[in-house]
Design a protein around this ligand. Structure first.
Ligand code: AVJ
Length: 322
């Protein structure tokens, strides 16, 4: 029996179909928008890794500090036999959890869930090499669409880290948390990373860094459309915009057309008109307060048991149980 298995819960053409649907919907809408998940091709994932090392981008470091401090407590409280990670990106933070759960003597399996088969292969194989006896059961799935977890013979801990829940609109968050609740058994737990509301300067700087890495990351979505759909969207025809929306308490990233033009998207048989100064919203990244997170969890049937922040209260981890 191999310690690494991979299960596809997503039809092979689902990603390509979703991209086409999202681009038609988003670029014919008023105002224009694109979902942030299309940033992450190989180049986009590389640029995101670079972002996590920028001086302005604090969330990754803040969350890592919380995990380093609390992984032992998380292991003790959950006693998890299986760790499920949604949108399993950087395995570095995962390792802190895996090591604490192994030290606690409970962990037997790790279930990374992602839409990218190649990312799952790479991460999964590295983990089984480093942690003998750990069974890695990777799932190719879109956790926003639905989630069926493999059966476990003990408590599961589902981790959704990085603050990625902030990429969802409030209604999408409610639906997502409900799906997580439905996938959990009583006694299973959710570990949720949320970036916190703070001063506007710090927030905007984190999404508009001096070196321009976030601008390149933002514009990478255009390269994805050009490659996948034959579009002629020129990254140089747009500028990067990061704005704090104080009413919704979220950062918005946008791409602003610097001149009027008509873009062609042959694969969709679509022409898209841009006015000079017109913007595409490419991401929201919501920032949270403790009461808001607690209420959203509770509305989904999940009870918040712990709330941990870093020393500077920039980022939080919540532990909730079904
Ligand atoms: C990976 C979704 C948590 O919203 O902060 C980083 C993505 N966007 N810089 C975030 C991102 C711009 C990031 N998440």
């Amino acid at each position: 029996m191999s310690a690494f298995t991979l299960t596809r819960q997503l039809p092979a053409d689902a990603t390509a179909r979703a991209l086409r649907a999202d681009v038609v919907n988003g670029l014919t809408a008023e105002p224009k928008w694109l979902p942030p998940k299309w940033f992450y091709d190989a180049r986009g994932s590389e640029l995101f890794e670079e972002i996590t090392q920028l001086p302005e981008y604090y969330p990754t470091r803040a969350e890592r500090a919380i995990l380093a401090a609390e992984a032992g407590a998380i292991a003790a409280v959950t006693g998890a036999r299986v760790l499920v990670e949604l949108g399993s990106g950087s395995s570095e933070k995962t390792r802190l959890l895996i090591e604490a759960l192994r030290a606690g003597g409970t962990l037997t399996g790790y279930v990374p869930v992602d839409v990218s088969e190649s990312a799952l292969e790479q991460a999964g194989r590295a983990l089984i090499a480093d942690y003998p006896g750990l069974a890695v059961h990777a799932l190719i799935a879109d956790f926003q669409a639905g989630l069926t977890l493999p059966p476990a013979d003990g408590p599961r801990l589902v981790a959704f880290l990085g603050g990625t829940i902030g990429n969802l609109l409030p209604s999408e968050r409610a639906e997502f948390l409900r799906r997580v609740h439905d996938a959990l058994a009583p006694g299973d737990a959710l570990l949720l990373g949320t970036d916190l509301v703070k001063d506007e300067r710090t927030l905007v700087a984190a999404y508009d860094d001096a070196a321009g890495v976030t601008a390149a990351f933002n514009k990478n979505v255009l390269a994805v459309l050009d490659r996948e759909l034959g579009a002629d969207l020129d990254p140089d025809a747009f500028e990067h915009v990061a704005r704090w929306d104080a009413k919704h308490e979220w950062i918005e990233m946008r791409l602003r057309a610097t001149a009027a033009f008509t873009a062609k998207i042959p694969a969709l048989d679509l022409k898209v008109e841009f006015a000079r100064g017109e913007e595409i919203r490419t991401e929201i990244s919501a920032k949270f307060r403790e009461s808001g997170v607690r209420d959203e969890l509770l509305a989904a049937g999940l009870e918040q048991r712990h709330w941990w922040t870093d020393a500077e209260h920039r980022f939080a981890l919540s532990l909730a149980v079904r």
